[in-house]
Design a binder for this molecule. Structure first.
Ligand code: CA
Length: 301
């Protein structure tokens, strides 16, 4: 992993509903280095590829299983069996309160015929496409909300590690990066569960960046929100925090999220975002909803 990597964030999610197999197949055709999976357990312990522990912002669960919501009015993946989950239709992401589509210029909400699927089904799609195309695209699974799963008496991490091992992902050489926001859980994966996989510690809040030295005792990289890399713009040029250089000095790769061509936040264009973070700040990879654009950009530099 010497050059900069492109991670297809939730698949080619800028073009097709996130985490659908269609979005993963499209991402594969765009030749990123890795395709991402977010993982949440079903009631019958099948890891489902979905971004949240909730179902009601990407499926029609609220119309098909009206009486299955919890007191907080949300529908939880963990309350449904795999068989039940497969009866749901998946849609482009929307706000469950207003029904409004989150990214208005993306695939239209409620259109098409998309379904939820298991982690195993997605690994088989990617490994199958690797064989049929001669590519070697990796997987980049995320253990979602370990604390929630533990409260529900579920062992998501152990189940995921077993599946990874069954499909040949055991060490750093096996083209798999395992990510998690929960540092206690990721440390447990390395030290207690003795995983030899490439591990990435995700970082959401600025105060967590103080723990880099500790992260380096179990992780091989960090996945920060890109805003933690930026300081301020002076005379039209971005200044950076010391996060990237501090991490790289500790031997940690830096893969910030999320590069979106229709939502580039602090930047004046997507081009500026790519140039600033990938070149000027010298990060090692990018989570992106638009893998084709970042692949093309990196080919051109
Ligand atoms: Ca993720």
């Amino acid at each position: 992993m010497n050059s900069k990597i492109v991670i297809a964030h939730r698949g080619a999610s800028g073009y097709l509903p996130e985490h659908t197999l269609e979005s993963k197949a499209m991402a594969h055709a765009m030749s990123p280095d890795f395709i991402e999976q977010d993982l949440v357990l079903s009631k019958d312990d099948i890891p489902i590829v979905i971004h949240d522990i909730y179902l009601d912002d990407v499926t029609d669960v609220a119309t098909k299983f009206t009486d299955r919501k919890r007191k907080d009015n949300r529908y939880y993946v963990i309350d449904f069996t795999f068989e039940e989950l497969q009866t749901l239709s998946v849609s482009e992401r929307f706000n469950p309160k207003t029904g409004e589509q989150v990214y208005p210029t993306r695939f239209p909400k409620g259109k098409g015929n998309f379904k939820l699927h298991s982690f195993q089904q997605e690994i088989e799609l990617i490994q199958g496409l690797n064989l049929s195309t001669g590519k070697n695209i990796g997987i980049y699974p995320e253990i979602k909300d370990p604390e929630f799963h533990q409260k529900e008496r579920k062992s998501l991490t152990e189940i995921v590690l077993k599946i990874l091992s069954d499909y040949g992902y055991k060490t750093k050489k096996d083209n798999c990066i395992l990510q998690c926001f929960d540092a206690i859980e990721l440390e447990r994966v390395r030290k207690k569960l003795k995983s030899e996989l490439f591990l990435v510690q995700l970082i959401e809040f600025p105060e967590e960046t103080k723990n880099l030295k500790h992260f380096a005792t179990f992780a091989n990289g960090i996945g920060p929100w890109y805003k933690q890399i930026l300081d301020k713009k002076v005379n039209g040029k971005w200044q950076f925090t010391s996060l990237v250089s501090d991490a790289q000095k500790l031997g940690l790769k830096v893969h910030p999220y999320t590069f979106r061509a229709d939502d580039f936040g602090n930047f004046s264009s997507f081009e500026e975002m790519m140039q600033t973070l990938l070149i000027d700040a010298n990060v090692d990879g990018a989570f992106t909803d638009f893998p084709d654009l970042v692949v093309r950009y990196l080919e051109g530099i």
